[in-house]
Every structure is written in structure tokens, then in C-alpha cells.
Ligand binder design. Sequence first.
Ligand code: EZ4
Ligand code: CO
Length: 403
Amino acid sequence: MPKIRSAKVIVASPARNFVTLKIETEDGVHGVGDATLNGRELAVASYLGDHVIPCLIGREAHRIEDIWQYLYRGAYWRRGPVTMSAIAAVDMALWDIKGKIAGLPLYQLLGGASRDGVMVYCHANGTTIEEAVAAGRAYMDQGYKAVRLQAGVPGLKSTYGVPKGKQPYEPADADIPTENLWSTEKYMRSVPALFEAGRDKLGWDVHLLHDAHHRLTPIEAGRLGKDLEPFRLFWLEDPVPAENQESFRLIRRHTTTPLAVGEVFNTIWDCKQLIEEQLIDYIRATVVHAGGITHLRRIASLADLYNVRTGCHGATDLSPIAMAAALHFNLAVPNFGIQEHMSHAPLTETVFPHTYSYAGGYMHPGDKPGLGVDIDEAEAAKHPYKRAYLPVNRLEDGTLYNW
Ligand code: EZ4
Ligand code: CO
């Protein structure tokens, strides 16, 4: 059985910051894992480089479950985004190695394809409702079956999901966080009009989604969900911050709009109650921030018991390595729902060559052994890390609020 000979962390910024773990066996087979935690990149790099890699050398690369338990239970300090992103990177890289040695794409090791392709949703944004809906139409012309609509809120200078200029949406762009202003009242008045226009102009043969980005209280979320019921959303995402899982009981009491939560979750414990009480419809935990393929499968298996489907986070701060891993997972998992998809910048694509592809609303991971993605280290080295933070949000009276 091949042993791990070396491992290294690569921090680079091809269009944005990414942290990558590369593990190599004694036989010279290597695997890659994404360890990017937006705005806290160097903390994960240090966790891996200073505390994980020394413990990996000499271990059998095939013992993925044992290594996962070793890093989770063995560290004494459990959970948390830094720890779980580091464990995820190791896990992804080891699955990549196992696939390469087996000569099989990862999804085959996970039980094989449960579907022909992975339905993805894209981001249609606009400063105005008209712009957002036109962007949705343009994506539908490219074959997308599912579109997330976000529009500027009248009276607010900036809104979550709406890019500056015509740039792709990537708000982690400031050396010190920029400060945005928020008004729930203005937002709540504007969203139903967005979806009324969306259904009017885009019709009913497209899935429409929306992200409230943790900005509401449970009763506000109940009202928004109710106001949006006529437009039959595929989901309303992150209506409230979800540390308090029982708060979703209140939302559920008031609306049948499906709910999606979990892009900031790290373990099964973050969503245990949400799933067991059937308080959500889609779990958005990702392969990178929730402990890798090994742990995400466990979350999905629990979710399957309660008719909760997967809807993995897939914004551009998840590297193409995480995207590849998500696509293999999505193709195989029985209770797949949908996958978020934002195109990476061309420079990102150059640094992470990959086999996954998009056609007609669906993505496929490709059939190369392992994950089917790699890092071009020479290219990566040309783009050094640059500190970049997400914005923070304040209410109009200056109170710090949820971004
Ligand atoms: O704010 O990925 O649904 N997608 C999102 C993203 C997140 C960023 C945070 O790093 O909410 O835009
Ligand atoms: Co989101």
C-alpha cells in the first residue's frame, strides 16, 4: 500500500486567493485538495503546514477514513471552519490519489453515476429588476434550467449579489473590509417585485432561486417566504443565520417556500436538527468547508432519511478542485438536488486545468481517474497571495449587522 511521501500547501491568487494542498505518495502519484476559506486563507494554510502535514508523512494513502478520524478525533479540538477546511483538503487529495491508482474517476468509487448530469444554477444579477431578469434570460439562452435572481434594492447603495460594474460577483476584494448599508424594510419591499417580473418575463419552465444571505429574522423570513409563494421558488437560501437551528421552526410555520441552508456549515452537527425536524429542503454544505467527501457523504445520508436534498455551495471562492470534487459527489449521491455554479475567471482556469464541463444546464466531472483537476504550480507561483476580505454590513443607524 503506497505511503504518503510529501505534502505541501500552495497559496496563490490567480484572480482571487486559493489555498491548495498537494499530497504525493512514495510511488509518485499525487492528489490535490482545496483548502480555501475566503478571507481566512492563511489560517488554514498554517493549520495544514504547521499541524497536519507533519502527521501525514508515512501514512498509508488509501486509509482515507482512518486519516479523517485521526485528524478529527485525534486533534481533540473538533469542528470549526479552519479545522474542517484543512481536513477536507486532505480528504479530497486522498480520494484523488485513490481514483488515480484505481484508474477510475472518483464518482465510480462513490457508487457510480446516479444521473446523466449535474443540474446547476447560475447567478443572474442586476442593479435593477430589468437588468437581473435580462441576465436570467441570457443564461436561459445558454441552456441553464435554474437561475438565481438578485437585484439592487432601491434606496441602498449596494446589495448582496449585485456586482460593481459588470464584473463577475466577487466581493472579497478589499484589503480591509468595505462597509455596506442594509435595510430589511427596503429589501423586503423589493424582492416580490423581482420575482413577479421574473415569472412574467422568464416563464414557468425555469427554476428560480434567491439568496437572502442571512439578513432576516425568523418572522421576517416567514413573511418573505409567504410573499414569494405565488412565484414558486426552487428555494429561498439562508433566510436567517442558522446557529440557532430551532429558529427555523418559526419560519416553517409560516411558509411553504422551500428553504436552503448550510454554505457556512462545517459538520453534520450544524444541520442535525434542521434535517431531523425537516426544517429545510436543501442542505448547502460543501466538500471544502464541511470536512471533504467523507463527511459530506455522511451529511447527505442523514439528509436522505428526511427527504432533504443536496444543493452544494459553488461560488468562485471555492476553487476548481472543490468544484470537481462536488461534481463527482453530485453525480453519485442519491439525494442530489442542484449545484451552484459560477464561472471562474480565465486566469483561475489556467492555474487549475480540469476535465469537468458544462452543456445545456448540466455539468459533468469527466472520466479521468481521480478528481480530473490539477494545479499548475509554475503558473500559480506568478500570482502571489494578496489579502482580500468580504464586506461587512451595517444597518442604516450604524449597527453592525450580518453580511
Ligand atoms: O457569500 O461564497 O450563495 N452564495 C453565496 C456566496 C458567499 C461567498 C462567501 O465566501 O452566498 O456569494
Ligand atoms: Co449563499
